[in-house]
Structure formats: structure tokens, C-alpha cells
Design a protein around this ligand. Sequence first.
Ligand code: NAD
Length: 507
Amino acid sequence: MAANPQVVTGSAPTVKLLINGQFVESKAKAWRDVVNPATQEVIARVPMCGADEVDLAVKAAAEAFKTWKHTPIGARARIMLKLQELIRRDMKKLAAILTAEQGKTLPDAEGDIFRGLEVVEHACSIGTLSLGEFAEQVANGVDTYFIRQPIGVCAGITPFNFPAMIPLWMFPMAIVTGNTFVLKPSEQDPMTPMALAALAIEAGVPPGVLNIVHGGKESVDAICTHPTIQAVSFVGSCHVGEHVYKLSSEHGKRAQCMMGAKNHAVIMPDANKEQSLNALVGAGFGAAGQRCMATSVAVMVGEASEWIPDIVAKAKTLKVNAGTEKGADLGPVISRQAREKIESLIAQGVKEGAKLDLDGRNPKIPGYENGNFIAPTVFSGVKPEHEVYKTEIFGPVLVIVSVPTLDDAIALINKNPYGNGTGIFTQSGAAARKFQNEIDVGQVGINVPIPVPVPYFSFTGSRGSKLGDLGPYGKQVIQFYTQVKTVTARWFDDATTSPGIHTTISL
Ligand code: NAD
């Protein structure tokens, strides 16, 4: 959903690159405005870097790897300990930057930062996380063990919707495992990642260990094809993720891509009505529906369909306003383009015959008349062939599908091409157990609306929502960012008699 790059000549401050520990001005010819989505104010200009600046960042990272890979585990962990302290210190400042460029409410911005902070805290445990295994006496006098080693220069490409959490999924784990890193944040909100990078430098990350370039397709393609980069971690839309996975793999890199979603919540008729509908409405409209784990489809089973008017009533109570305003439940969507796309999908839903129970188009927000606002929108009577069901709308639009049984709900979800997150609301353990067993989706919530795993587990995804087998954080990413080396060793004791020459395969 990234907007087209444009050459801008305004006087807003420029977003710098981070190369070899220095914040430097880009020499890019094309620049793009970073726009406050609540006001349309241009708050910065970001360079659209080309392959030359990506190469500068990679060269700095490759040079730094020569020494960083030998840095003791404890020294790396202590930098992460310092980083988590600095992020806590600057939480309010970071949230203000995040809300200004991304639009989400200040409390939600703090949540975005906090979920990333948890990954930094997890990175502090690198000592135990990176332990190898050892088997003594696999044959006479022979031991086998494995060690984990960093793989070199790694890169991350991140989306606009979590400008703190997702960069923090990536660079802390990549560098704490002994790699060096090149981050390419979303060009729509690059200032939060830059503020986090400044804290990383303050925490003691040495020059070249973390580098940042900006831009869109050109810089991403340069990353995916650069011969020095060993691994690429991507989070974003399916369309771009498929491209990144293919291009990186073709160029011999490890790749992992966390991609788009259409998350269904199943509401069973025996669910706790008040709790479940509150959870549904919060997960559907929070962050203006721009979470990859947002609930965008409610599947009402049997008599639960009678609660549709209650969902609409609850959605109506949410307050849409600039993220900086007290009491705002949801802010604007990221860009004019995004707003237009969402509005046109709503119009198409109406045209295709879905019932528009709540129309959130063109809300009047006093003082923010230019903002990209869309209020909560609810469709019921939605069919799987409707575009509002098929497309990831990525806005505050909840579509409601009614089905007779839990089996029908499971079949519907498993037929949808995406497999990012889902949930079931029920008081029945048997129904919940059947659901968790049969559903083909990465993250499953049981009476939990947005089941993003904490960092000692790993985020995942299934089918169209993920490419690559390992998750972007947690224990799985230790494997992604390290090379396992298995050693089989025998130490000769001078007193041992030589067994002679063996030509068979045995130890
Ligand atoms: P996006 O795919 O437009 O952008 C992601 C990154 O790719 C950005 O850094 C962008 O600069 C770059 N990019 C954009 N167009 C490109 C192109 N043509 N070639 C190469 N690179 C390109 O995604 P977005 O709009 O920033 O983010 C929203 C999407 O991300 C949604 O689909 C959402 O579901 C998904 N998302 C998924 C997860 C997950 O964990 N599964 C988490 C957050 C967001």
C-alpha cells in the first residue's frame, strides 16, 4: 500500500541514513514526504535510496561483522539490557513521534513500542537462547556437539503499521546473535525506527553493526540481490512479500516473509456475549483496523447472528479522532491513498449486495478536517464471493458472515487464502479444542482477540500469510539468524593403541 515516491522540495527536516554508526544525509535524487495522517502536515522528507546507498550500508555491516562476531555473548547481552532501559526512558517521546507519523492513538503507540521492547528483553537472554547441544561418547572416545554461529550481514524490510514493534522484532535478535544488520523501514513512517536506532547507538551498538537505508522497491530489490547479504526478514503485504521471498531465495539468501491477513473470529452462541463482543469490536477497529492481526471477519455461528445489532451499537460508541486527542479509540488511516482504497471497497460491498449496517465514510472530525479518517464500518450478510470478504481491506471495516455450525465456520476459514490469525469465542472447551485442532491458521486465540505470541514463543503464519519456515522472533529466529555447525571429535590418548586404518564408515 506504499504511496508512489515523489520528488519534494519542501523545507521539512530530512530523515537520515545510518551508516557505520553515523547519521548521514542521503544523496538520493528522489525524496518522499512523511505526512501526519491526522493533519496532512509534512513532518519530514525521506530519501528513496538506490542500490549505491544500500551497498554503502552493506559494506559497513560487512566490515563490522569481522569484529562483532567475536564479541562475547555477555557484552552483546549488556547492550540489549541498556537498550531496553533507554526505550523505557524514552517511551513517551517515541510514542509522540510514532503517533505523528503513523496516526495511531498515543496509548496504542506505547503498545506498539512495548511489544517491541519485550523482544529486546528476550534478546537479553541470548546466553541461554544460543546454547548448543552435546552428546558424549557417541562412539568410543568420540563426542558430538553443535555450535551456533552468526551468518553475517542480515537485512530487514518492515511495513508501516507497526513502526516500532516490527523493526524491534528484527534488529535486536539479529545483532545479539552476532550478525550485523541493514534495516529498510517503511518509507511512510521511518522516523520511529530512526529514533530507535539512535537509542541502539546510545546503548553501545558499535559502528556498522546496525545500518539503516530508506526507500521503496529500488532499495528493497538491491537488498534482495546483494551478494553479501545472507538473510532477509520481511513483514508486509502478500504481493511484496512473495516478490521479496522469490528474489532473495534466487540470490541464495535465507528468507522469511510475514504477510497479509484476513483474520476471522468465530462467535459461538454459548460465548460470554458482553466480553466477546467487546473483544471483537476492539480487535476489529483498534488501530483503525491496520493491524495484521486485526479481526476483519466475524463469523456468527447459529443464534449468535442475533447479536449483530449489538456489534453495530458497540462500534458506534468508538471515538474517532487524532491519535493525540484524549479519549480517541481510533485515529486516521495511514494515507489519502489508503483511505480512498478503503472507501472504494466499501462502495463495492454495497454494490455487490452486502448489508451496510454502519457506514463510517466521511466522518467529521472537528479540527482535523484534512485527516484520513474513516469511522467504524460494519457489513453483515457478507458472502465469500464478495470483494469485502476476499480482500484485505486494512481499515476499520468489519464484515460479518453467518453460518449454521462450527464445522461450517472452520471450513470457511480454512478455505480463505490467508492464515495469519483467528479466534473462537465460546464457553465450550470441546468446541475450542476442536477449533484449535482443525484450523489451519498460525495464531489462534481462545476468548483472546489478538493472540500475538509473546517473544519466548514465535510469531508464525500459515498458507498465504507466510513464506519460509521460521518465525520472525522468539526461539525460531535464533535458528534463522545462526548457522548450526555440528562437530564430531575424538581426542587421542597417547596410551591408546591405534585401531589401524579403517575403510568402512564407522568411528
Ligand atoms: P507493503 O508490502 O506495502 O510494504 C512493506 C515494505 O515493502 C515497505 O518497507 C515498503 O517500502 C516495501 N515495498 C513496497 N512496495 C514494494 C515493491 N513494489 N517492491 C519492493 N518493496 C516494496 O506493506 P504495508 O502497506 O507497509 O503494510 C501493511 C501490510 O503488512 C498488510 O498486508 C499487513 O497484513 C502486513 N503485515 C503483516 C504482518 C505479519 O506479521 N504477518 C505484520 C504487519 C503487517
